[in-house]
Design a protein around this ligand. Structure first.
Ligand code: G16
Length: 540
């Protein structure tokens, strides 16, 4: 039976950089999830007769939310929902399913790299028919609907058994339960040279992949162990847990410290990698050699042709504005168009759909291509394995050769997490107000050459996005970017991105190489005093 339940708008249901993210306890509040899901349906013009994909990263509240969303889709007349077994799907696998099944869109349940569990975070995001995160026009319509909602519709029905692959009926709607891994693994096998990677493993090459107790465990086991022949112990923390084992499933040197310890220790494997809560981020690390996401993107751009799926070459490349310009150097050398977009994978969608870019990436540990419309953690790992299998070099050797050819963009991001939101806003507003007058001014040891509040005009649909970060260039080519994160759930997070280039010295510690930019950032923004912090919480 379809029930229509009266409700009232709930404040703050505005999607951020990547969907709506809140504390799990907030999502569990009465009507919170239902209001937002109904707002999605209303914001996209209803779901009657439509086919949707549904799944999440398995964090706390995933199971309950999947059942609620199925009943709400059925009540609003959806024709079919394709759902991952047990309600699980990695973000890239969901994107792939939307595309190959020509679905009208999908709902992905995840707060990505944010911790999960009853005290952690939960999230809901809507992806459109191209498989990518909803663009701003759509998220604005969803938010708008959330401010006007008066009722939602839901089937009064028992929970479905999602443990068995196959079709189940929910009222008039078909629920198709699918293996979450199979289609994704098949896609990877098409893109990469599995024979060469298998031969690499057979030659004694060793790997450690850290699934961080998140969604990629089953995917990594199937692809790396079952299909590519890596030993079972190559995949660690492989069982997804609702609280990620109490960890913070963010693949960076701080949160993936267990893996970093192994990779920097004696008898380290040849190659290490990690992915995040929902499987779209990646960290790449060789024996004793951490690769920054920006460098990884540049290396992939320079070598993607070694993988069969990219043997034709790249149409173009794209990075988010705060990501280092290492990619631009490769693009220039290879004559490729190179785009700089605002932070958020959704901004790559049009470039990928229009065939203007084949490869995209972000400093925030995201890399991907036009094979789906999300960044893709395991894809990046397989791309690296394919490159190493073709070159038969160590990660450190690949990096050394890359820098020798293109020079090195030293790069680091300093995060001040959970700071007072008003103080962070004021810091940004004050600096923004001074941007016009900064050119020619001294900033610590450096002098400002240009300063702007980054805005982006999408070259495909002409849409304009403003206030996407303060970008300050210095004499000598160094660069500083400040912006507030759009994915946090507590207070504000200030991100300070710093970059400088050297064509000669490739062996410096990045923090030392960037010392002048770090000093300039402090001189310009007074971060420590204004935020009451001595040091950043995370340094990438
Ligand atoms: C999301 C977005 C990324 C973005 C990242 C960080 O990633 O998809 O494009 O770079 O958040 O955003 P912010 O700096 O605003 O916190 P994910 O992996 O969290 O979905």
């Amino acid at each position: 039976m379809i029930q229509t339940i009266p409700t009232t708008p709930i404040d703050g249901q505005k999607p951020g950089t990547s969907g709506l993210r809140k504390k799990t306890a907030i999502f569990r509040q009465k009507h919170y999830l239902e209001n937002f899901v109904q707002s999605i349906w209303d914001g996209i013009g209803g779901v009657a007769g439509k086919v949707l994909v549904l799944g999440g990263d398995g964090r706390a509240f995933n199971r309950e939310a999947v059942q609620t969303i199925l009943k709400m889709a059925a009540a609003s007349g959806a024709a079919k929902v394709i759902v991952g077994q047990d309600g699980l799907l990695s973000t890239p696998a969901a994107s792939n399913l939307i595309r190959i099944r020509q679905a009208d869109g999908g709902v992905i349940l995840s707060a990505s790299h944010n911790p999960g569990g009853d005290d952690g975070d939960f999230g809901v995001k809507f992806n459109t028919a191209n498989g990518g995160p909803a663009p701003e026009g759509v998220t604005n319509a969803i938010f708008d609907a959330s401010t006007r909602i008066t009722e939602f519709h839901i089937m009064d029905a028992p929970d479905l058994d999602l443990g068995t692959v196959g079709d189940v009926q929910l009222g008039q709607m078909v629920v198709e339960v699918v293996d979450p891994v199979a289609d994704y693994a098949a896609l990877m096998e098409k893109l990469f040279d599995f024979t060469a990677i298998r031969a690499l493993f057979n030659s004694g090459f060793t790997l450690r992949f850290d699934a961080m107790h998140a969604i990629t465990g089953p995917y990594a086991r199937e692809i790396l162990v079952n299909r590519l022949g890596a030993p079972a112990e190559s995949v660690m923390n492989a069982v997804p847990l609702p609280d990620f084992g109490g960890g913070h499933p963010d693949p960076n040197p701080v949160w993936a410290h267990e893996l970093m310890g192994i990779m920097m220790g004696e008898n380290a494997p040849d190659f290490g990698a990690a992915s995040d809560g929902d499987g779209d981020r990646n960290m790449i690390v060789g024996r004793g050699a951490y690769v920054t996401p920006s460098d990884s993107l540049a290396v992939i751009a320079a070598n993607a042709h070694l993988a069969p799926g990219y043997a034709q070459g790249l149409a173009g490349v794209a990075r988010s504005m705060p990501t280092s310009a290492a990619l631009d150097r490769v693009a220039e050398a290879r004559g490729l168009p190179c785009y700089a977009t605002p932070t958020g994978w959704k901004f790559f969608g049009n470039l990928l759909d229009a065939g203007r870019a084949t490869l995209c990436g972000e400093e925030s540990a995201g890399t991907g291509s036009d094979h789906v419309r999300e960044k893709d953690g395991l894809w990046a790992v397989l791309m690296w394995l394919n490159i190493l299998a073709a070159k038969r070099q160590s990660v450190a050797e690949v990096m050394a050769a890359h820098w020798a050819e293109f020079g090195r963009n030293y790069y680091s991001r300093h995060d001040y997490e959970g700071v007072d939101a008003a103080a962070a806003e004021t810091l940004m507003d004050d600096l923004r107000a001074r941007l016009d007058k900064l050119a020619g001014e001294a900033a610590g040891p450096l002098t400002v050459t240009t300063a702007e509040d980054f805005s982006y005009t999408d070259p495909v649909d002409g849409s304009v996005t403003t206030r996407q970060g303060l970008q300050i260039m210095f004499d000598g080519g160094a660069r500083l970017v400040l912006r507030l994160s759009g994915t946090g759930t507590e207070g504000a997070t200030l991100r300070v991105y710093m970059e400088s280039f050297s064509g000669e010295r490739f062996d410096q510690d990045p923090q030392a190489a960037l010392a002048d930019v770090i000093a300039a950032a402090e001189a310009l923004a007074g971060i420590k005093a204004r935020l009451g912090r001595d040091a950043p919480d995370v340094v990438t």
